[in-house]
Design a protein around this ligand. Structure first.
Ligand SMILES: Cc1cc2nc3c(=O)[nH]c(=O)nc-3n(C[C@H](O)[C@H](O)[C@H](O)COP(=O)(O)OP(=O)(O)OC[C@H]3O[C@@H](n4cnc5c(N)ncnc54)[C@H](O)[C@@H]3O)c2cc1C
Length: 403
């Protein structure tokens, strides 16, 4: 690999962490991602699929506890460490990295509530899981609600359709989540955003953890999509599903602050993952252009190719710097969501542009199925919409700047 990643500002412990994450990315995530990319979505999740082996290896290595505190077995990663692991995992495979990241979401939020019954019933089984049996997802978007979740906050007539109402000691859930829910088809639990007070519009959201083996839950088929194909996605339907009252983790007014906190974490994570995707594409281009002989010389000897390579190097490093900043801001306690949004928009755009340039430099080879840059370009394309379209996030970010 001709590009040596810069580790000059890392402590010896951080270098070790990065090396360990890189080893997992190179040995598990990248080969599993390549094998799954070519499969139809139902075979990606079929029993015997390499997906399950990757999940098992990740849980056995404790990667499912990345966001958990040390007393629950988590690594308690600092901001730079979070970026380092996220970048390596993204370098390995973005779809699998996101699948593993979102798998912990309902359990992390349940742990934050600290409710003793939730700790016993949900959190500890997840923490002790070494087989990948407990898989979470985030059920926010719906067939009729996507970007308006992020920038529709001040319209009282616009609310989610999937709703919950209180009935004694239980909440009853009715409605559906969209086919974009990551891990939707394979998840055992969801962190569901539910319309609890319609008169408050998008501020009337309640957040509940919902086991997906309850009576009344059904799922759609896995979604077939362009990029991040190893990432399972699919609809979830709720037909009067009853959960105990303590499974409702947060009730309205779920102010913009609540959604902002969720997005701040998710967008910062996306920026690290897609800094890794951009780096992977750059490395491929650097290797290929030195190996490819055309007209008797390596194509890397042409000045225009050199200019393109340098431009890629520059953008990869800018993306990494902004992602590190977003992660630092996330743990600082300061208002942060606009930094996370900036980093997500920049990193995913950079990943797409760099993967596209890498594909261009590979000539016809860049179009071939099974060649890494082709998959990286598709994966990055999906990221421009994921966790909020880049346009929507830019508008929301600007609104934060304008106060
Ligand atoms: C790979 C992937 C993973 C995902 N994972 C999850 C998940 O785990 N959980 C989940 O709940 N959802 C998930 N999503 C859904 C994702 O959050 C939505 O797709 C996204 O928020 C956009 O919503 P939409 O697709 O409904 O597009 P729409 O909201 O219909 O938007 C379509 C286009 O219109 C533009 N647009 C819309 N409104 C405005 C406006 N007011 N001003 C300017 N432009 C506007 C948008 O920018 C976009 O380009 C995922 C999506 C993808 C692609």
């Amino acid at each position: 690999m001709p590009y040596t990643d810069d580790i000059s500002d890392l402590t010896p412990d951080q270098v070790l962490l990065k090396q360990e994450a890189h080893r997992f990315a190179a040995e598990v995530l990248r080969p599993t991602g390549a094998a799954l990319d070519d499969l139809p979505p139902d075979q990606v999740i079929a029993s015997g699929s390499p997906l399950w082996d990757a999940f098992k290896k990740a849980y056995r290595a404790g990667h499912h506890l990345r966001g958990f505190p040390p007393e629950l077995g988590g690594a308690s990663l600092g901001p730079l460490e979070s970026h380092l692991v996220g970048e390596e995992f993204g370098w390995g495979n973005s779809g699998l990295s996101i699948s593993l990241g979102v798998a912990s979401m309902p359990f992390r939020f349940a742990a934050m509530s600290g409710h003793p019954d939730l700790m016993r019933e949900l959190v500890m089984p997840f923490v002790e899981d070494t087989e990948g049996r407990y898989i979470g997802c985030w059920g926010a978007t719906e067939p009729n609600h996507g970007s308006d979740l992020i920038i529709g906050g001040d319209n009282p007539d616009n609310h989610l359709d999937c709703s919950a109402f209180r009935d004694g000691d239980e909440w009853v859930i009715r409605g559906q989540k969209s086919s974009w829910v990551s891990n939707g088809t394979i998840a055992t639990h969801t962190l569901a955003f539910l319309n609890v007070k319609p008169e408050l519009g998008m501020q009337g959201i309640g957040v509940a953890v919902v086991p997906l083996n309850l009576p009344g839950v059904t799922k759609g088929p896995p979604t077939n999509k362009l990029g991040q194909r190893p990432l399972n996605q699919g609809e979830i339907f709720f037909d009067d599903v009853r959960i105990p009252a303590h499974y409702m983790l947060a009730e309205p007014p779920f102010t913009a602050g609540g959604l902002d906190n969720t997005l701040a974490g998710a967008n910062a994570g996306m920026s690290s993952t897609f800094s890794g995707v951009a780096r992977a594409a750059f490395e491929e281009a650097l290797t290929y252009t030195q190996a490819r002989i055309q007209g008797g010389v390596p194509i890397s000897s042409h000045q225009l190719v050199q200019k393109r390579l340098f431009d890629m190097f520059m953008r990869v490093n800018a993306s990494r710097a902004l992602s590190r900043k977003a992660n630092q801001r996330l743990q600082s306690g300061l208002p942060t969501v606009h930094y996370s949004m900036a980093a997500k928009v920049f990193a995913t755009r950079t990943a797409f542009d760099v993967a596209s340039d890498a594909s261009e430099l590979c000539g016809a080879m860049g179009m071939v199925k099974g060649v890494l840059v082709e998959a990286l370009m598709r994966d990055a394309r999906a990221a421009l919409i994921e966790d909020g379209s880049n346009d929507t996030l830019s508008i929301a970010g600007a609104q934060h700047l304008l106060g």
